[in-house]
Design a protein around this ligand. Structure first.
Ligand SMILES: *Cc1c(COP(=O)(O)O)cnc(C)c1O
Length: 493
């Protein structure tokens, strides 16, 4: 390494900085090789079996018993990606990925992730890297406008957005704020209940398991979570929600939190958020909206009805790390009153005090989340929004929805199959009319083929084959090939 012109005087010839075994040149070489490797993987991914699982333990069997004592060459480490890692990879970026949900990882987001690691900053305070905070605030304000969400979520008002790792964390953060508000920010002093009253929470029986987990972690307890039955379409029954709230009040409990889902995990059902919000208002409950999977659709005007009721929500979240092509992890949580959130989560030790924080002019995101430390997640979202453009993202969403609707039409026309619900967006839920056994057989045959991977759920007792159309690489030809296989097999099982 050559000395910089302004290098500090030093008696030894020690280099200016240390990096580790790889120097800058080595990093460049290995980095370029790794980028090539990723591009190569993505280019040939369609030829792979989507989800061929190895024998349990077979990946570990290829690893040495102990960590290496002496450092190894990076070339060997990279070569082991092919030898050790690839045999145990399920190809989520495969064009035949129709299982669970799309977990899109675009090239743009990979680059954003790399830039974030390259900078290696912590964004817990504004002052620990101002760009980390300001870019995040700004990009999340962009999304409020782009998705037609209410102005109350903008940072210019009393609200604002924050990136969480996952929708699970977003729900927990919202729930803790709800718990604190319901107990006048005194749950610390008096234990979880306010004057001996138990806090109660509500969500539908179709809600994601992360809501139950949040209720347990927040110390409220599973017994105080009411799972409200869903109607035939999978949406929360508001009449039953009201009954439960009234019953809990009569019992002397303290109803505090409702989570409505826009796009349930099982069948993509949409809860009636406006009606739920009215109840929350009457009874003073916190309304959290979980749009983890389907929120991305709001980019398109025609899907804006999905945000009805958002103007009454205390918090609203979605996962760009699902349908929007931002790689995991990236969840957006918007909050109507940032003051309530910060009051619920802020603890200020001396070592984090600084002038910018004391001035009150900056946002310190550590107070908007559970951990202290935070990565520069906004970079990958920014890269994706800029490279695709809102128009590009809208086109992607529309194409996926159209493909799903065309696919659903084929299912509708097939006498052996039925649509379990009418697909509102890009998730098609179907079953074999002959019953669960035939549906299971169909799932097994589709997945054994190797070109596709689908998953299942149970809905009102019935086994459902889910076809989630949203992987970035998926084209009409892939969906058509799946339809051909599925319709042919449906006649055989
Ligand atoms: C996927 C999903 C979640 C959980 O998402 P994570 O980000 O993995 O926590 C929660 N709610 C809904 C509706 C989902 O689809």
């Amino acid at each position: 390494m050559t000395a910089a012109p302004h290098a500090p005087q030093s008696s030894s010839s020690a280099p200016l900085g240390k990096h580790g075994p790889l120097d800058a040149e080595g990093f460049r070489r290995a980095g370029h090789a790794l980028v090539d490797w990723i591009a190569e993987y993505r280019t040939e991914i369609a030829s792979r079996h989507v989800a061929a699982l190895p024998e349990p333990g077979s990946i570990r069997a290829m690893l040495p018993e102990h960590a290496p004592e002496r450092g190894e060459p990076m070339a060997e480490i990279l070569a082991d990606l092919d030898r050790v890692v690839m045999p145990g990879i399920v190809h989520w970026q495969h064009p035949g990925w129709f299982a669970y949900f799309p977990a899109n990882s675009s090239y743009e987001s990979i680059l954003g992730e790399l830039a974030s690691a390259g900078l290696g900053v912590q964004g817990m305070l504004w002052s620990t890297s101002p760009a980390c905070t300001e870019l995040e605030i700004h990009v999340l304000d962009w999304l409020v406008a782009a998705m037609g969400l209410p102005r109350r979520f903008l940072s210019s008002g009393s609200g604002g957005g924050v990136l969480q790792d996952t929708a699970s964390s977003a729900a927990l953060v919202a729930l803790v704020a709800a718990r604190e508000r319901a107990t006048n920010f005194h749950s610390d002093a008096h234990g979880l209940s306010a004057q001996g009253r138990a806090i109660t929470c509500y969500t539908s029986d179709q809600a994601h398991s992360s809501i139950e987990k949040a209720v347990r972690i927040a110390g409220i307890g599973r017994e105080f979570l009411r799972l409200i039955p869903a109607d035939s379409k999978g949406a929360m029954r508001v009449d039953l929600l009201e009954q439960e709230i009234l019953r809990d009040r009569a019992l002397g409990h303290l109803p505090a939190f409702v989570c409505a889902t826009v796009g349930t995990t099982g069948v993509n059902a949409i809860d009636p958020v406006v009606d739920i919000a009215a109840l929350c208002k009457t009874h003073g409950l916190w309304l959290h909206v979980d749009a983890a999977m389907s929120g991305t659709a709001l980019l398109c005007e025609e899907f804006r009805p999905l945000q009805e009721g958002a103007e009454f929500a205390d918090s609203w979240c979605f996962n760009p790390h699902k349908w929007m092509p931002v790689n995991f992890d990236c969840d957006v949580l918007w909050i109507a009153s940032r003051a309530e959130l910060v009051k619920a989560l802020s603890v200020l030790p001396e070592y984090l005090r600084n002038n910018a924080t004391d001035s009150g002019c900056v946002v310190d995101y550590r107070d908007w989340q559970i951990p202290l430390g935070r990565r520069f997640r906004a970079l990958k979202l920014w890269f994706v929004l800029r490279s695709f453009g809102l128009g590009g993202l809208r086109a992607m969403v529309r194409e996926h929805v159209e493909m799903a609707q065309d696919f659903a039409a084929k299912v509708r026309a097939q006498p052996q199959l039925e649509l379990v619900v009418e697909p509102p967006l890009n998730l098609v839920c179907l079953a074999h009319r002959a019953g669960d056994e035939a549906t299971q057989c169909l799932i097994d045959r589709v997945n054994a083929d190797g070109r596709f991977f689908v998953s299942h759920c149970r809905f009102h007792g019935k086994l459902v084959l889910r076809v989630s159309i949203g992987a970035l690489a998926t084209t009409r030809a892939h969906v058509a090939a799946l339809a051909t296989l599925l319709l042919t097999e449906a006649q055989r099982v």
